[in-house]
Design a binder for this molecule. Structure first.
Ligand code: ATP
Ligand code: FE2
Length: 330
């Protein structure tokens, strides 16, 4: 594939709650259409989410293909989120992606969802070689590129920080997703309540924090508990990110994933980066949570580096690890 020619790739995301189809080229997002699954109550139910994706697949894909047709664009690849994620959701997305790739007679590219968060972040902020803090409902990791792979410097030993926020929110009767609700409540906090701070080596743990916060909410003001929860969890994330900067000898920090929408977390990371002389990058909010553009863009740069996924290797990978992927495009 020639380096300087415009390439257009369609991408499909649907690892969890958000089904999203997008069309991108090297420069920008051309079209994106999403459909969001909202659980009736409680957390995500994998089969219900997959059913949601199956029901909305035709309409999100059609919206994007309509744009391609109107603008007479030639799609040259179909990228899809191959993992990690919920098995039933991944299978629904992979099936649609295989069908589209056959229909257009173009290559299929299986994309690692976590790497897509990182690559779209770099694309949209201009970060080149950052330490990445990836915090979402399913993942909490600190990563950096070393010897051709995104190495995981630190990660959660139990649940992700987003999951911990959502679990706590559910326990105190707040609706899903809990992260934004907690952030709102935390603004009127007056007092700090000590909660378990757990960093082991370069890894962190959030399960005990979530339970302790739910206990604390029985006898303390909810706003105080929300704020203390954030301060504790985010301080753990910042500590590990700071140590990864030193270890990996990088000069940039990139924040990605849904929890990255939190302004207190951004503020704390920004302070740490200023103190260390590192640059801090955060993509626009629409590129922080799950979106089809991140899959399409990562598929595009993978394809341009010569990587595609034969049908026989397109099975879904619910436990796909970031460091399994050879980074051939940088
Ligand atoms: P992944 O598949 O990458 O793990 P995901 O499916 O969890 O991603 P995201 O949109 O990346 O989806 O993240 C959702 C999480 O982000 C939820 O746990 C939600 O509570 C959290 N979140 C969203 N906004 C905020 C906020 N302002 N503050 C804290 N957490 C937030
Ligand atoms: Fe995600």
């Amino acid at each position: 594939m020639e380096a300087d020619r415009r390439t257009i790739v369609l991408g499909l995301e649907g690892t969890a709650w958000n089904l999203s189809c997008a069309l991108v080229d090297e420069e920008d997002v051309i079209a994106e259409k999403s459909a969001t699954y909202v659980p009736a109550k409680g957390g995500i139910h994998p089969r219900e989410a997959a059913q949601h994706h199956a029901e909305h697949m035709a309409s999100v894909v059609k919206a994007v293909l309509d744009v391609a047709r109107e603008d007479d664009l030639k799609i040259e690849g179909v990228a899809f989120s191959q993992g990690p994620g919920l098995g039933p959701c991944l299978r629904t997305v992979a099936t649609a992606a295989r069908a589209l790739s056959l229909r257009f007679g173009v290559p299929l590219v299986g994309v690692n969802h976590c790497i897509a968060h990182i690559e779209v972040g770099k694309w949209k902020t201009g970060a080149t070689d950052p330490v990445v803090l990836y915090v979402s409902g399913g993942n909490s990791q600190v990563l950096a590129l070393r010897r051709g792979r995104y190495r995981i410097f630190g990660e959660t030993l139990d649940i992700s920080v987003g999951n911990a926020l959502d679990k706590f929110a559910r326990q105190v009767g707040l609706p899903h997703p809990g992260g934004p609700k907690l952030e709102g409540l935390a603004k009127s906090a007056k007092e700090y309540i000590p909660l378990p701070y757990v960093v082991k080596g370069m890894d962190f743990s959030f399960s005990g924090l979530s339970t302790a916060a739910a206990q604390a909410a029985k006898k303390h003001d909810l706003a105080d508990v929300c704020s203390s929860f954030q301060e504790t969890a985010f301080a753990m994330l910042v500590e590990v990110s700071e140590r990864a900067l030193a270890h990996a000898e990088k000069k940039e920090v990139l924040l990605v994933g849904g929890v990255g929408a939190n302004s207190r977390l951004r503020e704390m990371l920004n302070i740490m980066c200023e103190e260390r002389g590192a640059k801090f990058y955060v993509p626009e909010k629409k590129f922080m949570g799950d979106n089809g553009s991140m899959i399409a863009y990562t598929g595009l740069i993978m394809m341009k580096s010569g990587v595609t996924t034969p049908l026989a290797e397109s099975r879904v990978r619910p436990g796909y690890r970031t460091d399994e992927v050879e980074v051939t495009w940088q």
